[in-house]
Design a protein around this ligand. Structure first.
Ligand SMILES: Nc1ncnc2c1ncn2[C@@H]1O[C@H](COP(=O)(O)OP(=O)(O)OP(=O)(O)O)[C@@H](O)[C@H]1O
Ligand SMILES: Nc1nc2c(c(=O)[nH]1)N=C(CO)CN2
Ligand SMILES: [Mg+2]
Length: 250
């Protein structure tokens, strides 16, 4: 999404959730400095296929992964939103890219990174300590922010890990984006909350998922990328729901 337009979304999100822009900026500067010291990758270093699957951490993620055993996943670039990484690893699927604000199960994320997954690390006002702790342990890191971009820290638009996967894929030129485990709604899984069981989302999470859904809908209806949805949660306006068999025909 174009930066000036994103900044309008960002302002509304800050007001809705009561987050401070200054906190986001400080965290982004921290990330920028660490990446400066430990090595940079840029969006030009990332090649993706025409077809991308974005994995969110909603309740349909696991059933989706069972279905996807019947699909040739080599045809797709696989982008996992944070905690969704754990579910992929459980099925022996290695994500090509992980988009994370470093609050998923970090052992799994670090493991996948060591085995080749590229990490898109997002700095925000609520994760500066994680940014300081984990980024130096990671390789192949692309930094992002939801606030103003810096030399090593990009802003492709988007807020939660899942919708930022979508905006990243669009920025990198995806022709098809398949949504999986992107249920939105009011139920979160243990993949999203590593220390808890599956259950109702708290009020802040409900708000975050509402923004995530609005942003994905905006992306689906304002880009040349074709969206398809195999998740079984809320209907994403303007996006065709398909089953896995359809994916073998695109
Ligand atoms: N029902 C759902 N529960 C959890 N995540 C979902 C759901 N539906 C879609 N998603 C997407 O999957 C992503 C999973 O990432 P994760 O749970 O780490 O969230 P997050 O963006 O870091 O939010 P939080 O700050 O609450 O941890 C979310 O960002 C969201 O976009
Ligand atoms: N300041 C701030 N920014 C965020 C937060 C958060 O909790 N605080 N959570 C997000 C979910 O991915 C994305 N961005
Ligand atoms: Mg996260």
């Amino acid at each position: 999404m174009e930066l000036t337009l994103w900044m309008q979304w960002y302002q509304l999100i800050l007001e809705d959730l009561g987050f401070k822009k200054e906190d986001d900026e400080l965290s982004a500067e921290t990330l920028n400095n660490i990446i400066d010291d430990y090595g940079v990758i840029t969006p030009q270093d990332i090649d993706i296929k025409d077809k991308v699957i974005v994995f969110g951490a909603g309740p349909s993620l696991k059933p989706n992964l069972a279905d996807l055993k019947h699909v040739d996943l080599d045809e797709f670039t696989l982008i996992a939103a944070d905690g969704a990484t754990t579910a992929l690893l459980e099925e022996d699927i290695m994500p090509d890219i992980i988009v994370t604000d470093l609050d998923g199960r970090m052992n799994d994320i670090i493991n996948a990174n060591q085995k080749g997954s590229l990490l898109v690390v997002h700095a925000h006002g609520n994760n500066r300590e994680q940014v300081e702790k984990y980024t130096p342990q990671l390789v192949n890191v692309l930094g992002t922010t939801q606030s103003r971009p810096l030399a090593n820290v990009y802003n492709f638009g988007g807020f939660t890990d899942g919708d930022r996967c979508v905006f990243l894929a669009i920025a990198l030129g995806a022709r098809f984006i398949v949504l999986s485990g992107m249920d939105f709604g009011k139920t979160v899984t243990h993949y999203s909350r590593p220390d808890q069981e599956d259950g109702p989302a708290d009020q802040v999470k409900v708000k975050k998922l509402k923004w995530a859904k609005k942003l994905v809908e905006w992306a689906a209806n304002n880009s040349d990328t074709e969206f398809l949805n195999i998740s079984s949660g809320e209907q994403v306006k303007g996006v065709l729901n398909v089953n896995y068999e359809y994916l073998n025909r695109i």
